[in-house]
Design a protein around this ligand. Sequence first.
Ligand code: FAD
Length: 292
Amino acid sequence: RPSRHLSDIESKLQVSFEFFPPKTDVMEERFWDSIEKLAPLAPRFVSVTYGAGGTTRERTLRMVSQIKKQTGVDAAAHLTCVGASRDEVDAVVRGYKEAGISRIVALRGDPPEGVGKPFVPHPEGYRNAAELVEGIRRVGDFDISVAAYPEKHPQSPDWQADIDNLKRKLDAGATRAITQMFFDNDDYLRYVERVRAAGIDAPIVPGIQPIHSFKQISGFAARCGASIPDWVAARFEGLEEDPETHALVASAVAAEQVIELLDEGVTEFHFYTLNRSNLVLALARLLGRRPS
Ligand code: FAD
C-alpha cells in the first residue's frame, strides 16, 4: 500500500487549501489563524473564493494579496463571470495582475437566485468558464485552474457534454481542474477514467470536503449536486448533539477518503477548509505533509 511508504510519495505530493473571504472581524481572526497553521505545510497555493455575483471582489483581492505578503505562500484568487460585462471582469483580472497575483481559479459562477436556476450571462459578459479562461489569457500569463464534476455538473445534459465542456476550458488555457466535493471515491475514479478516455491528460485534482458539520455539508452538497452516500450519512446519524464524537467520525471519514485516493495513486489534493484548520491539518499530516 503506497500510504505505508509515504517517504516515496512525499516529493510528488501537492496540496492546496481553499478559503472564503471573511465578512466580520471575528471571522477574519479565524481566517488568519487557519492560514498561519496551514501555511507551514508548504501548499502549492492557498485559494480564496469569489462571492456570488462578485460581492466579495475587494475582499478576495485583499485577502489573496495579504496571504502572499504575510506568509510567503502562493495564493490564487477565484473569479466568476456572473452579472458582469467582459470589461468589468477583465478589469478585475488586471487588478489581480497589478497586485502580483499569478494564479486564478476561473469559474462561471451561479445565478444569484440559486444553483438550480438557469444561468443567464450578462449581455456583454463571458457566457461560460471556457470563455472566461480565454479572456484571462488575453490579460496575462496566469496559472489557471477550472472546475470539474465527478458526478456531472447538474446543468450538463449528459456526460459527453460535461467532458466536452471540461476539454474546452483546458484547451482555452487552464492547467488543471479541481473537482467539486464528492464523498464516494468510485465517482472520482470513474470520472478520471472518462476524462482520460476523452484524451484529456491535465491533472484532475480531487476537492476534499471534510464533514465538519454533517447538517451544513449535506446542505452544501445538495445545493451543488454532490451526493452523500447512505453509508456516510449513517455514520453521522444521531450525532447532532455530540460534537466530540461527530468530530472524531468526521476525521475518520475524511482520513479514509484521502488514504484510499493516495493508494489509488493520487498525489494532488485540494482541501475545502471553510476557514478551519484542524481537520485539514490532520489530513495533510496523514498524507505525509509536515510543517517545513
Ligand atoms: P462551466 O464550466 O462554464 O459550465 C457549467 C455548465 O454549463 C456545465 O453544465 C456545462 O456543460 C454548461 N456549458 C458550459 N458552456 C456551454 C456551452 N457553450 N453550451 C452549452 N452548455 C455549456 N462559485 C462561485 O460563485 N465562487 C467561487 O469562488 C467558486 N469556486 C469554486 C471552486 C471549485 C473548485 C468548484 C468545483 C466550484 C466553484 N464554484 C464557485 C461553483 C461554480 O461557480 C458552479 O459550480 C457553477 O455552476 C459552474 O461553474 P463552472 O466554472 O464549472 O461552469
